[in-house]
Design a protein around this ligand. Structure first.
Ligand code: 13P
Length: 257
């Protein structure tokens, strides 16, 4: 099977996390220019989730073009007395078409539970954004043989009822693979993504069959092709390697025909 096979159009999303100042905007412009040509026919959508401070400037600078943008988190409410928070509506107005919710760093650093993540995904839908809902087990859970049950529980409780393939993307990011250079074997990725797909079909039918399932955790230019050709992997959520256009584009090229 080649990367991009099947009828689900893949998504390669770069999560810049808390990195990037205005001086880094040219990396996004380089990606935009490459997607305009020579990668105009790449068989994937490409997205960057910059820090909120750069979202508007990046979206404006790269418009018009094939690159899309996401926020990294949103509040569950549209507005109100929530100092420091950002709503899905604000992200949308700043040029985002999607928002990452439930990243393991937010679950760990901010105590976000599955139910909070579910509310954030519902908030994204309310604002007209696609929710990229992150799941993944810790190393302790994997070593205890709990990876599948943890992911199944997170999936069940983090995805809102009525989710569709247009408004929901699932990202499987094993916590122990994030920023470590470690990755699960293709067989392990296939096992988890197969479980996610089955559960989504059981719950959402044809919409679940059509949802994009991303793999995230130490995706790099040299392992992208292997990871992205695993069954039920419909793209990647890339952290560190998305910060430099050259690395990110090398990953996107896994979908070059
Ligand atoms: P790394 O690609 O740096 O491991 O980060 C993955 C990630 O957390 C993307 O959301």
């Amino acid at each position: 099977m080649t990367a991009g096979a099947g009828k689900i159009r893949p998504l390669v999303a770069g999560n810049w996390k808390m990195n990037g100042l205005k001086a880094g905007l040219h990396e996004a412009l380089t990606v935009r220019d490459a997607l305009t040509a020579p990668l105009a026919n790449i068989a994937a959508d490409v997205m960057i989730a910059p820090p909120a401070t750069l979202l508007l400037a990046m979206a404006d600078a790269c418009h018009p073009g094939p690159l899309s943008f996401a926020g990294q988190d949103c509040h569950v409410n549209a507005s109100g007395a929530h100092t420091g928070d950002i709503s899905a509506e604000m992200l949308k107005e700043s040029g985002a078409t999607a928002v990452i919710v439930g990243h393991s760093e937010r679950r760990a650093d901010h105590g976000e539970t599955d139910r909070i993540v579910q509310s954030k995904a519902a908030a994204a839908r309310r604002a007209g954004l696609t929710a990229i809902i992150c799941l993944g087990e810790t190393i302790g859970e994997r070593n205890a043989g709990l990876a599948l049950s943890v992911v199944a529980r997170q999936l069940k409780n983090s995805v809102p009822d009525g989710a569709t393939a247009a408004d929901t993307v699932i990202a499987y990011e094993p916590v122990w693979a994030i920023g470590t250079g470690l990755t699960p074997s293709p067989a392990d990725v296939a096992e988890v993504h197969g479980l996610i797909r089955r559960d989504l079909i059981t719950r959402f039918g044809a919409e679940g069959a059509a949802m994009r399932l991303l793999y995230g955790g130490s995706v790099k230019p040299d392992n992208a092709r292997v990871l992205l050709t695993v069954d039920n992997v419909n793209g990647a959520l890339v952290g560190g390697a998305s910060l430099k256009a050259s690395d990110f584009l090398a990953i996107v090229r896994a979908y070059e025909s």
